[in-house]
Design a protein around this ligand. Structure first.
Ligand code: BES
Ligand code: MN
Ligand code: ZN
Length: 485
C-alpha cells in the first residue's frame, strides 16, 4: 500500500474514493454543506466508527465516504489513525484503486498517524489463496492523506512506516502455517533481518546442549525439527558497550501439548504459539529500521512441542541452564520451560537493564482478561508503569496481575527444585512465578499474550482478522519514550 501526503485541494487521482473525515455534530456543515441532504436521510452523526458511503453524489467525485471521527475536542492521533483505518476498511474492495483521506485537522503528526492507520488496516496474508475471485480482493493500492505541510507529514511518517513494516513482519510469522514455519525456518527469517543492520546469531541444539539448556531442549525433544535460539542485537546507542535492554520471546512453532496432548478442537490455533517471539522479532525490526538510539537484545526460544517415542514425559526431571532441576508434571506447560533457559541465558550473557518476556503462555489469562487484554506480571513498579502507559497509548492494553508470594509454594516439587505446573487455580500467576524463579534480581516483566496474539473477529479497524502483531507497538513506544538517548 503506497501512502502519499498531499494538500487538501490537490486534484483527486483516477478511480479514487474521497473519504471526508468529519467531527460529530458537524457533519452537515462539511464541504460547505454539500452532503447535508444525504446525511439528513441517514443516521450518520459523525460519531466514531460510523461511515456513510455515497455513490456518485451530484456535483461530487464518483464516490464519497463520510467518516465519523467523534468530537472535535477529542480528535487525537489515535482518532486520526482509526478514522483512516475505518475508511480503508469501508471501501477497500469497491473496485476503486485509490483512497484520499481528507482530515478535518491535518498537522504533520495527525496526518502521519492516519497513514499508519491505513497501512495497518491494509495488512493481508493471502499468499496461500489461489482461487479468490478478483472482485473479492481488495482493489485499493494507494492512499493519499491530506496534510497542511505534506513534507512535514512525510517526515513524521518515516518511523511509523518502519513500525507498520515491523508489525506486518510479526503478523506474517504468526500467520504462516506450522508446516512452513518450523524452528529452522523461523530462525532463517530472523537471520534475514541482518539486512537492516541487526546482528543475528542462531544457536542450534549442539550449542544449547553445551550451555546446559536442558529445559528448552526437553520441549523440542519429541520433534524431528531442530530447536533454535535466536539472539538479535541492535547497538544504536552512542556507547556500543552500554548496558542493553532485553526482550525474550516464547517461540513454540506448534504446540500439540506433547504427551499431555491437547484436544483436537481448535488445536490449529496453536500455530500462533510463537506470537511472543514474533513480537520480539518485530520490535527488533522497528528499532533497527528507525535507527533507535538504544542498545537492545532480543532472544527467541524457538521449538516445536510434539508427542513422539522420544518426547519428554510427565514425570521427567530436566536440568535447566540455571542449574535448577524441574519436574515435568504436564508437557503442555512448555512455554515456561523454553523461557526458563532463554531468560537465564539473556541475563547471564548480557547483564541487561531489564528483561521483558512475551509469551502466549496460558489459557487461564484468556479466562481472566479476555482476548483483547494482555496480562502483565512484574517484579518492578517503574518498568510496569512504563509498559502500562505505552500499552494504553498504543491501544495494546495490558492489565497488571498480582504475584502473591504465598502462591510460590504451589510450584514446589517433591523430588526436584521446582515443578512446571501449579494447578488450575491462578494458572497464569503460578506460570509467571515459575518464570520468576529463573530471574536473577534483574528488573523483569512478563506479558502473557495468549488471547491478544490472534483476533477473530477483530474489533479494531487497524487489526484485520487473524494475527495482530500485539506487543510490537507498545514496546516500540516504551523504548522510544523511556530508554533512548
Ligand atoms: N500455548 C498454551 C497456552 C495457550 C492457550 C495459548 C490458548 C493460546 C491460547 C500453553 O502452552 C499451554 O498449553 N498452557 C496450558 C498450561 C497448563 C497445562 C498448566 C494451559 O493454559 O492450559
Ligand atoms: Mn502448551
Ligand atoms: Zn504453548
Amino acid at each position: 500500500m503506497e501512502i502519499e501526503f498531499v494538500v487538501a485541494d490537490a486534484p483527486l487521482p483516477e478511480k479514487a474514493v474521497l473519504a471526508i473525515v468529519v467531527f460529530e455534530g458537524e457533519a452537515a456543515k462539511a464541504e460547505g454543506g454539500a452532503y447535508a441532504a444525504a446525511i439528513a436521510a441517514s443516521r450518520f452523526t459523525g460519531a466514531k466508527g460510523q461511515t456513510l458511503d455515497l455513490l456518485a453524489p451530484a456535483g461530487g467525485p464518483g464516490r464519497v465516504l463520510l467518516v465519523g471521527a467523534g468530537k472535535a475536542e477529542a480528535f487525537d492521533e489515535m482518532a486520526a489513525e482509526n478514522a483512516a483505518a475505518g475508511a480503508y476498511g469501508a471501501v477497500k474492495a469497491t473496485g476503486f484503486t485509490a483512497l484520499r483521506v481528507k482530515l478535518p485537522a491535518a498537522s504533520a503528526e495527525l496526518s502521519a498517524r492516519a497513514g499508519l492507520g491505513v497501512r495497518l488496516a491494509a495488512y493481508r496474508f493471502d499468499k496461500y489463496r489461489t482461487k479468490e475471485p478478483a472482485e473479492k480482493k481488495p482493489s485499493l493500492t494507494a492512499a493519499q492523506i491530506t496534510a497542511e505541510t505534506p513534507e512535514a507529514a512525510l517526515a513524521a511518517f518515516a518511523p511509523l512506516a518502519a513500525l507498520a513494516d515491523a508489525v506486518s513482519f510479526s503478523r506474517d510469522l504468526v500467520s504462516e502455517p506450522p508446516n512452513v514455519l518450523y524452528p529452522v525456518e523461523f530462525a532463517r527469517r530472523v537471520k534475514e533481518l541482518e539486512r537492516l543492520g541487526l546482528e543475528v546469531e542462531i544457536l542450534g541444539e549442539p550449542e544449547m546442549f553445551k550451555l546446559g539448556m536442558g529445559s528448552l531442549l526437553g520441549v523440542g525433544q519429541g520433534s524431528i525439527r531442530e530447536s533454535q535460539l535466536a539472539v538479535i542485537r541492535w547497538n544504536g546507542a552512542k556507547d556500543k558497550d552500554a548496558q542493553p535492554i532485553a526482550f525474550v520471546g516464547k517461540g513454540v512453532c506448534f504446540d500439540t501439548g506433547g504427551i499431555s496432548i491437547k484436544p483436537a478442537d481448535g488445536m490449529e490455533y496453536m500455530k500462533t504459539d510463537m506470537g511472543g517471539a514474533a513480537a520480539v522479532a518485530g520490535l527488533m525490526h522497528v528499532l533497527a529500521a528507525r535507527k533507535a538510539k538504544v542498545n537492545a537484545v532480543g532472544i527467541l526460544g524457538i521449538v516445536e512441542n510434539m508427542p513422539d517415542g522420544n518426547a519428554q514425559r510427565p514425570g521427567d526431571v530436566v536440568t535447566s541452564m540455571s542449574g535448577q532441576t524441574i519436574e515435568i508434571i504436564n508437557t503442555d506447560a512448555e512455554g515456561r520451560l523454553v523461557l526458563a533457559d532463554a531468560i537465564w541465558y539473556c541475563q547471564e550473557r548480557f547483564k541487561p537493564k531489564f528483561m521483558v518476556d512475551l509469551a502466549t503462555l496460558t489459557g487461564a489469562i484468556i479466562i481472566a482478561l479476555g482476548d483483547d487484554i494482555g496480562g502483565l506480571f512484574s517484579n518492578n513498579d517503574e518498568l510496569s508503569d512504563n509498559l502500562l502507559a505505552s500499552a494504553k497509548t498504543e491501544n495494546e492494553p495490558l492489565w497488571r496481575m498480582p504475584m502473591p508470594a504465598q502462591y510460590d509454594k504451589n510450584i514446589d516439587s517433591v523430588i526436584a527444585d521446582v515443578k512446571n505446573t501449579g494447578g488450575r487455580a491462578g494458572g497464569s500467576i503460578t506460570a509467571a512465578m515459575f518464570i520468576q524463579r529463573f530471574v536473577n534480581g534483574v528488573p523483569w516483566a512478563h506479558l502473557d499474550i495468549a488471547g491478544a496474539a490472534w483476533k477473530k473477529p477483530s474489533t479494531v479497524p487497524t487489526i484485520p482478522d487473524g494475527a495482530t502483531g500485539f506487543g510490537v507497538r507498545l514496546l516500540n513506544r516504551m523504548v522510544a519514550e523511556h530508554y533512548e538517548e
